[in-house]
Design a protein around this ligand. Structure first.
Ligand code: ZN
Length: 234
């Protein structure tokens, strides 16, 4: 997978707070600003260019950015040609009847095998498995760090919440989390794992969260603006 560095900042555009992803990419030649339905505005800058130059471009184009944000689509089906994010990076869904594996992921595509009418189902199943794998890894790591064991992990299709933690230490997460940028997913996992220690949202709880994930405030801002868009997929 291509290596890049990125950070997310909150940009104030005419009084609206918009999370902006700035990505430094080794192969980028120019500064490019675009919008992706899953992550909102992204500015890609060459490796040796400062983040600030990317932010400047986004500010210059703020009228365009706000128009794009307001006209984002409301439903993206899992069909051939659809652009769908995995950990915040969009890839194109491609039907590949020849492939032996149900789903093969590359840097740019999801190659989905089998009959075309079963493609959406197959890709959804794959996302759920991938969500379980990625989320379990992080739960494992963070609960060890915290020194609080969990009982079990459930992956669900919840619309009302990203995750939950019950009093007996069972954690539950929405599979769609795996589409979100890594720092947002990491925050949601940290939030639920922190509930293994404190079930409330006290200052002590937030202190624990901050020891388990680096970008709590940015992730919360991101979820507020773009979180619900992930339900447009599939
Ligand atoms: Zn909570």
């Amino acid at each position: 997978m291509a290596r890049f560095r990125e950070k997310v900042i909150s940009l104030d555009l005419e009084g609206r707070i918009v999370p902006l992803t700035i990505r430094r990419h080794p192969r980028a030649r120019n500064i490019i600003l675009r919008i992706e339905p899953s992550t909102g505005p992204i500015v890609t800058v060459p490796w040796h260019t400062s983040y600030e130059e990317g932010i400047d471009l986004a500010r210059q184009k703020q009228a365009w950015l706000l128009r794009q944000i307001d006209s984002m689509p409301s439903r993206i089906a899992f069909i051939h040609g659809a652009r769908v994010p995995l950990l915040g990076i969009e890839r194109t869904v491609c039907h590949d009847p020849e492939s032996r594996r149900p789903v093969t992921v590359t840097d740019t595509e999801y190659q989905v095998s089998g009959q075309i009418e079963h493609m959406a189902r197959r890709l959804t199943d794959w996302f759920k498995q991938e969500a379980r794998r990625v989320i379990s890894e992080r739960v494992e790591e963070k609960s060890l760090l915290l020194g609080k064991p969990y009982r079990r992990i459930a992956i669900r299709d919840t619309r009302s919440r990203w995750g939950s933690c019950s009093e007996d230490g069972s954690l539950s997460f929405c599979w769609r989390l795996v589409m979100l940028p890594e720092m947002v997913l990491d925050y949601v996992v940290a939030h639920e794992v922190a509930h293994l220690k404190d079930l409330d949202h006290s200052p002590a709880f937030w202190q624990t969260v901050s020891t388990l994930t680096p970008e709590t405030e940015q992730a919360k801002a991101w979820l507020k603006v773009y979180g619900e868009k992930v339900f447009y997929y599939g």
